[in-house]
Design a protein around this ligand. Sequence first.
Ligand code: SF4
Length: 374
Amino acid sequence: MNENSLSKMPTLPVVGERPPILQGFFGQTEIEQDSFFKALGERPSLRIKQIHRWMIQGETDFLQMTDIPAGLRRKLAENFVPFSSQILLHSKATDETEKLLLEFPDKKQIETVLMREEGRATVCLSTQVGCGMGCVFCASGLEGVQRNLETHEIQEELLQIRALLKAGERISHIVVMGMGEPLANLERLLPALDWANAASGLGISARNITISTVGLPKKIIELASHKKPYHLAVSLHAPTDLLRNQIVPMNEKVGMQEVLNAAQQYQEISGRQVTYEYILIAGINDQAHHARELARILSGRQSHVNLIPFNPVKGLPWQRPEEDSIDLFRDTLRQGGVSATVRKRKGADIDAACGQLRREAARALPGVLKPLGV
Ligand code: SF4
């Protein structure tokens, strides 16, 4: 993406500043919501349930929530906007991938992506503002972690995307692979996923929810202890500690064997096969001997490797491998007895790779967006 490419994006509405008086209804605490309704002589539990039901169905205009009395709808619209986050940018790719840049009241920004494929609508969720893991290929980690997202902020990501869906569409899958390390914010993430899974929430099958981690062994075991049937994906990105230390610097503190042991324990406790993610970077970790070593360390495990050809990121020197190298890597793994597939590229024309939109937007719209750390 070049310096002026934001202006070439398929869609790019910029939402104006929200009047400071209006709070996001979804970001209010239970106590605040209760006192709002009680002051109006209303039963809080009933009204909150009604509003949530509308939002889950994609309706975010209080005035259209027709089973709520008209006077109360007007009061809601006068006092609140639906969410604490506002959409700063919304881009849509030619393959129907959509990406939101959301800003919270403290001016922190995150990205959330909707990917459409073969009847599926998958949301890629962020869990932190920025990321502290420092993977060298990733735009999200370039400036460190700013803070964890709250549970309601993660829920808002889903509801903001829900409101974009066309009639008849529903969110079918969640991948927690956006900005941040999900297991570093597990206590806030799990309630949000449980709500997404619940029949009274978004009703998304637990088997269609994937949590992707760079590999925090203690946290993987903690997640296993919750006995949730969520799918776990572990990002390896290298077959040896020597190489992984360079690509995923936090590996120096834990070591690959610990990560693999924890993943094995997760599999045994949950009964669910673990997926290993491997980003392919030209000339760095994409050669046949890397694939042979990866097959060796995964042999004897029930596992699947998801190969992700690198999406070029402005400011980073890495390149995507040639198609032949990608195919050779995949075939070498398969010959070594490891199931492997190559992930299709989604949203290429809107910079859908994690962290890229926010950085590009901050450069192109300095008066509207603030870069991390400001
Ligand atoms: S790839 Fe994931 S874990 Fe690594 S820096 Fe980026 S967001 Fe963090």
